[in-house]
Design a protein around this ligand. Structure first.
Ligand code: FE2
Ligand code: FE2
Ligand code: FE2
Length: 164
């Protein structure tokens, strides 16, 4: 990989993180009553998304939907097979309950994501129309309708948000 491609990857990672961080900061600012600061964090977050997407496209990492589904399946599978298991074990060893719960929840959800992407790949072009609901606590992603209780974190149906 060229130096520039490596730089694009690093910059994509940094901009992506800034986007999610600013959205978390905006939520906190909103909770603390700083609506104007929240607005600024959301505006900057939107700009960081544009930077991240520009870097990703310059890298040539946005391909056809079929290729993108394959890339997504690969990424999700790596996470639940290789990335999270040792992180979960280490958090348990450290007695870090917050990290353990965060890793475990994500790990379970990545399995679902890989399966949903695989299904989408298998049915690509067949015009299947279905809604998706996301658990606001753990990210569990449900197809069709929200479950009465999240199978990963036990949150109630009202914690689910319909994806656009
Ligand atoms: Fe930026
Ligand atoms: Fe995922
Ligand atoms: Fe959940």
């Amino acid at each position: 990989m060229s130096n520039t491609d490596q730089n694009l990857m690093n910059a994509f990672a940094g901009e992506s993180q800034a986007n999610r961080k600013y959205l978390a900061f905006a939520k906190k600012a909103e909770e603390e009553g700083y609506a104007q600061v929240a607005r600024l964090f959301r505006a900057a977050a939107a700009a960081e998304t544009i930077h991240a997407h520009n870097h990703l496209r310059a890298l040539g990492a946005v391909k056809s939907t079929k290729d993108n589904l394959l890339a997504a399946i690969g990424g999700e599978t790596y996470e639940f097979q290789k990335m999270y298991p040792p992180m979960i074990a280490s958090a348990k060893e450290d007695g870090n309950d917050k990290a353990f719960m965060s890793f475990r929840g994500a790990n379970e959800v990545e399995k679902i994501h890989a399966a949903l992407y695989q299904k989408a790949l298998d049915t690509l072009g067949t015009n299947v129309v279905t809604d998706y609901y996301v658990c606001s606590v753990c990210g569990y992603t449900a197809e069709g309708e929200a479950p009465d209780e999240c199978p990963v974190c036990k949150a109630k149906k009202r914690a689910f948000q319909k994806a656009e």
